[in-house]
Design a binder for this molecule. Structure first.
Ligand SMILES: [Fe+2]
Length: 283
């Protein structure tokens, strides 16, 4: 089956202090602030023309996004996610992290013949971030290929969101449900951990070696590389063929709401997935 999922559109994180989140994500990541509304507990940033990052501060008796209130959507807690950068920007990024006083860990995920160094660090809220080099000339291009974005001085030169890692308490059920209920393209499992990789594109592809593709990783509750956790109760947005996803979700019988042209679904593990139509490509 061709997967109806086209690309990663955005991610929402739960934070307990919005101004601190706005400072971190504008100053360290250099993201463009689109809105900051303390009353609604929302700060939203542009990552690039196709992707956004959102922070939600939970407020009692109030939904951060009223459209998603029936699904009890929350931002993710302690979520591991990765940013795409150019490989040559990795070393300068370590110096930028040092300048901001952030501790980082480097791990080589490649082979001696083809190194694939990656750098991990945490935001002030316990979300685990990663900088992963991507080969812009690789032929495995996502729907919205990464490209350099102008960032302020002293900000990390991130291009786009690469991957999101979610925790699932019932790992075996998740392995069957994600392809069946939403159409995610299962790529592979790690041999030594309960860790599944889904390619966000029409079909499964090999990960690694600088692929510019985007990924959904799904783990059981575990501490992964560099002490990273998979996120709980995440809200993740995907570009998709919404009608194709809707027919799968309807067959599965999952709770969902219509959100404009999109569809939001509450997964049995408490994650809320939003599927939105692809915007017209720029340039
Ligand atoms: Fe990662």
């Amino acid at each position: 089956m061709t997967s109806p999922i086209l690309d990663l559109a955005g991610l929402t994180l739960e934070v307990n202090h919005l101004p601190q989140g706005v400072r971190f994500y504008t100053q360290v990541l250099g993201l463009t602030l689109l809105e900051h509304d303390e009353e609604r507990g929302v700060a939203r940033f542009e990552v690039n023309p196709a992707q956004t990052l959102t922070l939600w501060k939970p407020i009692t008796r109030q939904a951060n996004d009223p459209r998603l209130a029936p699904l009890r959507a929350r931002g993710a807690s302690h979520l591991h996610y990765a940013w795409q950068i150019r490989p040559e920007d990795l070393d300068p990024s370590k110096a930028i992290l040092d300048e901001h006083g952030l501790t980082w860990t480097e791990i080589d995920l490649g082979t001696p013949e083809r190194p694939d160094p990656t750098v991990y660090f945490f935001d002030p809220f316990g979300h685990g971030l990663e900088l992963r080099g991507v080969d812009l000339a690789d032929e495995r291009q996502p729907a919205y290929p990464p490209a350099p974005v102008a960032r302020p001085p002293h900000a990390l030169p991130v291009m786009g969101l690469r991957e999101v890692a979610l925790a699932f308490g019932d790992y075996e059920a998740m392995l069957e449900r994600l392809p069946r209920a939403y159409g995610f393209a299962f790529a592979k499992e790690q041999p030594d951990r309960n860790f599944a990789q889904f390619t966000l594109g029409p079909g499964p592809e090999p990960d690694g070696n600088g692929t510019p593709r985007r990924w959904l990783y799904a783990w059981d509750p575990q501490v992964g590389l560099a002490d990273m956790f998979g996120g709980d109760h995440a809200h993740v947005r995907f570009y998709a063929d919404v009608e194709a996803v809707r027919s799968l979700v309807r067959t599965e019988g999952l709770p969902c709401v219509q959100t404009g042209e999109g569809l939001a679904v509450r997964d049995p593990e408490g994650h809320v997935f939003e599927f939105v139509p692809p915007p017209p490509r720029q340039g």
